[in-house]
Ligand binder design. Structure first.
Ligand SMILES: Nc1nc2c(c(=O)[nH]1)N[C@H]1C(S)=C(S)[C@@H](COP(=O)(O)OP(=O)(O)OC[C@H]3O[C@@H](n4cnc5c(N)ncnc54)[C@H](O)[C@@H]3O)O[C@H]1N2
Ligand code: MOO
Ligand SMILES: [Mg+2]
Length: 404
């Protein structure tokens, strides 16, 4: 049996970088950018008025001129104009190119225009490019505005749009199959017999993946029949980029998953981790077209598979596609705890942020790793290391928020 840290390292070390694809800018939201975004021209591309007012030559004002003939109007969207001479002005709108011979803008509030003459008061502070956003002052043409390997959010879209990128190169979004097995499981729209239970893990894992940015998910259920499992998994391996299985991995007579995966050529990286819940967890990879594709076989107990998905599978998928890893935070325990088994404990807990800026957590009491009822009241789990037995109130440990 390996430790949590060893399992995490084996998984993350085995994960490479997924291929790229080109998508429309709208479809790039939430994906990892995989190309640099360069300024296609200077930003701003011309000397731009930042206020509505008049464009003048500041040296005329600074050598005593107070009346300027209004020679015309410079709206935004019109080509750059020119003052007839340095003694006159143009009315100018925010966003318009500064006219040639003018070097600053005086805002409308500071002046009075009567009979096409603009009257300026004494005491204005006017210099070269006052109220002008100078050409290239944000970025020179060719400058890298965004480096690759970052999450595309609204602000990245703003930059891409401003340089005319209607399509972006991003990481592919893996198509993930969530496979549940078990003869006792019925679909949620079916009335279960007393000995049956509703199949909840697969749809739960799908929701967690979707809310973590993995939208392409397919649900598959297979009976506890080795032949059917083999046939279906073989088919999924031809077209899915990752498999996440739940159930059928422990020591029961009908726990066919590890054996079948091995038979199908999925190479095992590990099974059995010194953790609760989730001890039977299995991880491996298979090759297709030169890519190594991850397979997570998670225990069937609902809390186990949910916890293992959060602790291992989601960070691994994030690394694969280049999304920022959903990091744990540190949080302080609200009361003393003792846990004697030689296992790392993932304990569901309620977050309690304090006005002091500290995050505290209140561990939840829960029955078994089948008890989703208590877990639903919590915000995440706290990780209590295997090397310890006693965990005192006020000590900080890593807290993993649940997927939203
Ligand atoms: N002799 C041993 N028995 C068990 C061990 C062990 O070490 N030695 N480990 C236990 C632990 S820990 C866990 S966790 C479970 C893992 O079991 P499996 O992965 O084989 O899962 P199943 O046997 O198929 O199911 C376990 C439990 O979960 C329910 N389940 C399964 N799939 C779903 C689903 N899609 N939706 C809702 N509930 C599901 C299933 O009905 C069972 O009650 O093994 C222990 N045994
Ligand atoms: O991993 Mo099991 O989850 O402890 O019931
Ligand atoms: Mg079992």
């Amino acid at each position: 049996m390996i430790t949590v840290q060893e399992a995490e390292k084996l998984i993350l070390d085995s994960i490479g970088e997924i291929e790229t694809e080109t998508v429309s800018i709208d479809a790039a939201l939430g994906r990892c950018l995989r190309e640099p975004i360069l300024a296609d021209r200077a930003l701003p591309p011309f000397d731009r008025a930042t206020l509505d007012g008049i464009a003048i030559n500041s040296s005329s004002y600074n050598t005593g001129q107070r009346k300027f003939k209004v020679a015309g109007t410079a709206p935004a969207g019109a080509v750059q104009q020119e003052l007839p001479d340095v003694k006159s002005c143009l009315e100018i709108m925010t966003g318009a190119p500064l006219p040639r011979l003018a070097d600053c803008v005086v805002k409308i509030e500071d002046i009075e225009i009567k009979n096409d003459i603009a009257h300026l008061p004494d005491g204005l502070q006017l210099d070269f490019h006052t109220a002008v956003h100078s050409q290239g002052s944000d970025a020179k043409a060719g400058k890298e505005l965004l480096a690759p390997q970052r999450l595309v959010t609204a602000k990245e879209i703003a930059i891409a749009a401003s340089v005319g990128k209607s399509e972006l190169v991003v990481s592919k979004s893996p198509h993930i199959a969530i496979v549940s097995t078990g003869d006792e499981l019925v679909s949620i729209d079916q009335a279960p017999e007393p000995h049956q239970i509703r199949r909840s893990n697969d749809i739960t894992l799908a929701a967690a993946l979707k809310s973590s940015g993995f939208a392409s998910v397919e649900l598959v259920h297979i009976a506890d029949d080795q032949e059917q499992i083999e046939t279906k998994l073989r088919e999924l391996m031809t077209r899915c980029d990752s498999l996440i299985l739940t159930g059928g991995i422990s020591k029961g007579k009908y726990d066919y998953i590890p054996e079948t995966l091995a038979k199908l050529g999925v190479s095992i990286r590990f099974q059995w981790v010194s953790q609760r819940p989730g001890k039977p967890m299995w991880y491996g990879q298979f090759s297709r077209d030169g890519n190594r594709l991850p397979v997570f076989a998670l225990p069937g107990n609902p809390v186990s598979c949910f916890t293992c998905l959060r602790r291992y599978a989601i960070p691994a998928l994030e690394k694969w596609v280049g999304l920022p890893k959903s990091q744990p935070v540190y949080a302080k325990l609200e009361h003393d705890l003792t846990f004697k088994p030689e296992l790392t404990l993932f304990l569901p807990a309620v977050a309690d942020p304090r006005p002091s800026g500290e995050l505290w957590v209140k561990p939840a009491l829960f029955n078994t790793s089948g008890d989703f009822v208590s877990v639903a009241q919590t915000d995440g789990f706290i990780e209590l290391p295997k090397a310890r037995k006693v965990f005192p109130e006020g000590e900080a440990f890593q807290f993993y928020p649940w997927p939203r």
